[in-house]
Design a protein around this ligand. Structure first.
Ligand SMILES: [Zn+2]
Length: 307
């Protein structure tokens, strides 16, 4: 009898040990598959080695989101990257566009932003770390650039109309510099009417149009002929390739530079920081696409009609 009791005890001990082992292995593999799904080396580096407590996958997720949020707060002003040949620091100038792209209204230094970002990263074939690193930023820029005008052939005169001076930022702009591609102009007027109707923007208006004294959303520049563009390049040799490109979308009459605050067309970071913070720019980021306009991420004022 004693012998049987002993054997039962040993059997129960062995059974519970193997059950423990099974559940331990299951939890480890859950943890591993979770961290694999959450994306590779970057997340692993973010996670502090916490030994056995790591097997709580939910706490892990929260933890990595918190750390991703902290990292994003830093990277938004410190990430070193290149836009073409130009050295850049941080991605804070692109925050409104990024929020739109990943569909969140949350601050970049928040865990919810990191969660929204990891969803977008997964959809885009990136490691879903929730961290807006160099690779993620380049993928975002490619997404914005791919949505821009592809055909940049020079507009012929019957595609263009001359817009009234009241649409322009410079109230003395010459008639031959007020040409806009016809469909682009119609879409622009619809977009402006929608902005005017949005009381939160507080745009000065009369009969559904921007008032004479309102500068926001007025056209700074639209169609530019190759000859005129060449003249601008000669007059401002230091302006750089971005503003006065040889193959400019302004040749099509479908690119509009719109006033969004600050110095109208100045690419200095300090100026662009001011522009991307204006309610009008942020409204464009959220609404311009409905009217067929796509942004050029590097120049907050430059919008292209792509329909
Ligand atoms: Zn432009």
């Amino acid at each position: 009898m004693k012998h049987l009791k002993e054997r039962t005890a040993i059997f129960l001990l062995a059974l519970s040990a193997s059950l423990l082992l099974v559940s331990f292995v299951a939890r480890i593999s859950l943890s591993q598959s979770n961290s694999k799904a959450e994306g590779g080396a970057k997340v692993k580096r973010l996670l502090k080695p916490t030994g056995l407590s790591r097997d709580n996958s939910e706490a892990n997720g929260t933890n990595s989101r918190g750390e991703a949020a902290t990292l994003n707060g830093q990277l938004s002003s410190e990430l070193n990257w290149m836009f073409g040949s130009k050295q850049q620091r941080g991605w804070y100038l692109y925050t409104p566009l990024i929020k739109r792209l990943i569909n969140t209204s949350q601050d970049p230094a928040s865990a919810k932003f990191a969660t929204a970002l990891s969803g977008w990263q997964a959809k885009s074939g990136l490691k879903s770390s929730g961290v807006l690193d160099e690779e993620t930023l380049y993928t975002m820029i490619k997404t914005w650039q791919d949505a821009r005008l592809k055909d940049r052939s020079v507009a012929v005169s019957d595609q263009l109309l001359t817009a009234p001076i009241s649409d322009f930022y410079d109230s003395t702009r010459a008639e031959d510099l007020r040409q806009v591609e016809r469909r682009t102009y119609a879409a622009y007027k619809q977009m402006v009417a929608a902005a005017v109707a949005d009381q939160s923007l507080g745009l000065a208006h009369a009969r559904g149009e921007l008032a004479a004294g309102e500068k926001y959303l007025k056209i700074i520049s639209a169609f530019r002929s190759p000859e005129y563009q060449e003249r601008l390049r000669r007059e401002a040799p230091t302006a750089g390739s971005a503003g006065l490109a040889v193959n400019s979308p302004h040749f099509t009459g479908r690119a509009l530079d719109l006033y969004v605050g600050g110095e109208p067309v100045d690419t200095r970071d300090s100026n662009r920081a001011l522009q991307v913070a204006t309610p009008v720019y942020q409204w464009l980021v959220r609404n311009a696409e409905r009217f067929g306009f796509r942004p050029y991420c590097y120049e907050p004022w430059h919008w292209e009609y792509v329909r």
